[in-house]
Design a protein around this ligand. Structure first.
Ligand code: PMV
Length: 366
């Protein structure tokens, strides 16, 4: 073994506190959601994944967060959180405990009184998790404060790497939303600068057609998930298949990245679909076991397979930790696939709800 063990990053920084003149200002970021191709399911320590993952960053499914701040004399973290202009105390409690946990990284957090105004481009009822877009937008706002007032993070790579690290502490998969295109998280043998602590953009090692891929998000059921991903990750600790799963994810990443480099669509589709089904198999084999697919999820999968068989068109699906289908296909067959969705799939969707998304270019400072 010649692997050099990487030391964990230490980001505690007592110098990030205002000495005088605590500012009143605001920062705003828009950040996208992402959809994993090789799934992260199972974690250890502080949000360290048990296996590496790879995702497409989305384009139209985004969160915009404006973080306003003024001097705070309370001596503790203080934030009011508004979702679509309405104060949301459930999120507020989660955000306070997240911000509390990162005070050693950003000591200025206790010196500022915050108001966060957040809104998602996707309807709340669409059943899309907003944690990746929301946490990455918040992490970017905090890094912008560090950059503007402490004159750090002026090198773009460092800025996004730190934002990715912070987003990961808030919600693991959020660390992949900091870059556009194809992004990994977790150490991948033979791929430079991959890390368990932050995401890495892989656009240089994949065929450019994948950076224009389409994702039609087919909403089967819009209800809130019965089992949170936090609980689902935890159940992997006792899942009898977990070790084999973590090993398989590493092999799948290597196979997927090779296929994405060579534009080998058959292999891309088979790894992507197998990963989606494996994720759900892990849920079904956990104890207690649970099932997040719905009957129409299966119906849609069968329709997609039939369509692929009949037309030869490279259309495949993936699933998040929920019942909704992400239908993935190259831009070149967009019109044909749209016709197929309208004619064959819409009738199985909740309120005929489908979101047209595609691989996007990453967060934007507003
Ligand atoms: O980041 P979390 O804790 O919400 O977990 C995300 C898990 C999956 O979405 C199912 C897979 C992934 O890699 O995004």
């Amino acid at each position: 073994m010649n692997m050099i063990e990487k030391k964990p990053l230490v980001l505690e920084n007592p110098s990030l506190a205002f000495k005088s003149d605590v500012p009143t200002d605001s920062v705003t970021w828009q950040s996208p959601s992402n959809i994993a191709l090789v799934k992260y399911w199972g974690k250890k320590d502080i949000q360290i994944p048990c296996n590496p993952s790879v995702s497409f960053t989305l384009s139209t499914s985004t969160t915009e967060t404006r973080l306003e701040f003024e001097p705070n004399t309370e001596g503790r973290v203080s934030i009011e959180f508004f979702l679509d202009k309405v104060r949301n105390e459930k999120f507020e409690t989660k955000i306070v405990s997240f911000l509390d946990s990162i005070v050693p990284i950003f000591p200025f957090l206790k010196q500022l009184k915050f108001k966060a105004y957040s809104s998602n481009t996707f309807p709340h009822s669409a059943g899309i998790a907003s944690s990746a877009s929301g946490m990455s937008a918040l992490a970017l706002c905090l890094c912008s404060i560090e950059k503007k007032y402490f004159n750090n993070l002026t090198i773009e790579n460092e800025f996004f790497e730190k934002a990715s690290y912070i987003a990961r502490l808030g919600s693991g998969s959020a660390c992949r939303s900091l870059y556009g295109g194809v992004v990994s998280w977790g150490e991948i043998a033979g791929v430079n600068n991959t890390s368990n602590e932050y995401g890495t953009c892989l656009n240089d090692v994949v065929h450019p057609d994948f950076l224009k891929f389409k994702d039609s998000i087919l909403i089967v059921d819009a209800a809130q998930k019965k089992v949170s991903s936090r609980v689902g990750h935890g159940l992997m600790n006792s899942n009898p298949f977990s070790m084999e799963r973590f090993r398989q994810a590493n092999t799948n990443i290597a196979t997927l990245l090779k296929a994405m480099k060579e534009n080998d669509m058959e292999t891309f589709m088979s790894i992507t679909e197998s990963e989606a089904l494996t994720l759900h198999a892990m849920m079904m084999t956990s104890m207690p076991y649970f099932l997040l697919m719905k009957p129409n999820t299966i119906t849609l999968i069968e329709k997609i397979w039939e369509y692929r068989q009949e037309t030869g068109n490279p259309v495949c699906f993936t699933l998040d930790a929920g019942p909704n289908i992400h239908l993935l296909y190259p831009e070149s067959i967009e019109n044909e696939v749209n016709k197929f969705i309208e004619a064959e799939l819409t009738k199985y969707l909740h309120d005929s709800c489908r979101l047209r998304d595609c691989v996007g270019s990453g967060p934007k400072n507003i």
